[in-house]
Design a protein around this ligand. Structure first.
Ligand SMILES: NC(=O)c1ccc[n+]([C@@H]2O[C@H](COP(=O)([O-])OP(=O)(O)OC[C@H]3O[C@@H](n4cnc5c(N)ncnc54)[C@H](O)[C@@H]3O)[C@@H](O)[C@H]2O)c1
Length: 283
């Protein structure tokens, strides 16, 4: 079976939120393999820097400013990419933000941003790109970034967790829709454990309630200490996408126990139980 080195040696990859973190890591890896990478981010300077690195390393890349929380920007992106580069082989709906705080303390604007970026960004990425992918009749891949958080719950990361549960179910339904259409489009759900990125940086929490600061700082430190190397994690993700897997894990040793306890929770039909260790994060 051909792997990432063959399948992603050419063709167009479009990645959202690719100015930093996992999106940037996937963009660099796709560029290394030989794809034409469309690096998009709400922060154009960041997207241009990543595209510049890809080009400097001998690859091909384009940078565009796209805010995934705005459906019309994803429509425009699909039109631009198709006009400039032709059919898309790999779409990664990656852009996402973490939001911390008690549900009732998070301002409405931050709730809206979290739901719009993490859920609508994925939905409208698919809505904008899938018609052309289907019309081309070519084999293509759509990877949606869920999280290990799609398999568990966590108080005071409620906003984030619920969006990841939504992305997980969205990807499952989308996978089945492609089956109904007998389309050669591989849909997958990416569930990273913990990769070293900027998601817990202080600046990424702008708009969260002040009470979230300590929790965010502890998550930042935990990621710095235990997070997986970004390039290593992104190479693992692209390899598994190429294998045509639906479930994509970077650290199964973290996600599988979470999955087991979720299954047990459903079976038991008992109310949720607070893990006392969580108090240390939240207090
Ligand atoms: N890092 C991890 O360990 C981890 C674990 C599980 C899931 N994830 C998921 O992976 C994805 C990427 O996370 P990351 O850790 O690389 O984050 P990151 O904060 O390092 O990078 C996110 C990028 O998205 C961009 N972005 C933010 N809002 C945007 C918008 N409205 N439109 C377009 N771009 C926008 C940011 O500018 C940034 O460049 C997210 O969906 C996240 O939930 C990450």
């Amino acid at each position: 079976m051909p792997g990432a080195a063959e399948l992603f040696a050419s063709g167009v990859a479009v990645i959202t939120g690719a100015g930093a973190g996992i999106g940037a890591g996937l963009a660099r890896r796709a560029g290394e393999l030989g794809m034409t990478v469309v690096v998009t981010d709400i922060d154009l300077a960041r997207a241009q820097a990543v595209a510049g690195e890809i080009v400097a390393a001998g690859g091909t890349a384009d940078a565009l400013r796209v805010d995934v929380s705005r459906a019309e920007e994803l429509d425009r992106l699909a039109e631009t990419v198709h006009a400039r580069h032709g059919d898309v082989r790999l779409l990664v709906n990656n852009a996402g933000i973490e939001t911390i705080g008690y549900t009732w303390e998070i301002p409405a604007e931050r709730w809206d941003a979290t739901l719009n970026i993490n859920i609508h960004g994925v939905v409208h990425g698919v809505r904008a790109f899938a018609p052309q992918m289907l019309a081309s009749g070519q084999q293509a891949w759509i990877a949606n970034l869920a999280s290990m958080g799609a398999l568990s719950v966590m108080p005071c990361q409620t906003a984030y967790i619920m969006t990841k549960h939504a992305v997980q179910s969205f990807s499952e339904c989308l996978y089945l829709e492609m089956q109904l259409k007998q389309a050669p489009i591989h849909v997958c759900s990416v569930l990273p454990g913990m990769l070293k990125t900027s998601i817990f940086e202080e600046s990424a929490g702008a708009g969260e309630p002040p009470s979230a600061a300590g929790h965010r700082r502890k998550m930042f430190e935990m990621m710095r200490e235990y997070g997986m190397d970004l390039a290593e994690g992104c190479a693992l993700i692209l390899d598994q996408i190429a294998e045509g897997r639906f479930w994509i894990h970077t650290q199964p040793e973290m996600s599988m126990p979470a999955l087991e306890s979720r299954i047990e929770f459903f079976r038991s039909q008992q109310p949720p139980v607070l893990n006392e260790a969580v108090r240390d994060l939240v207090d």
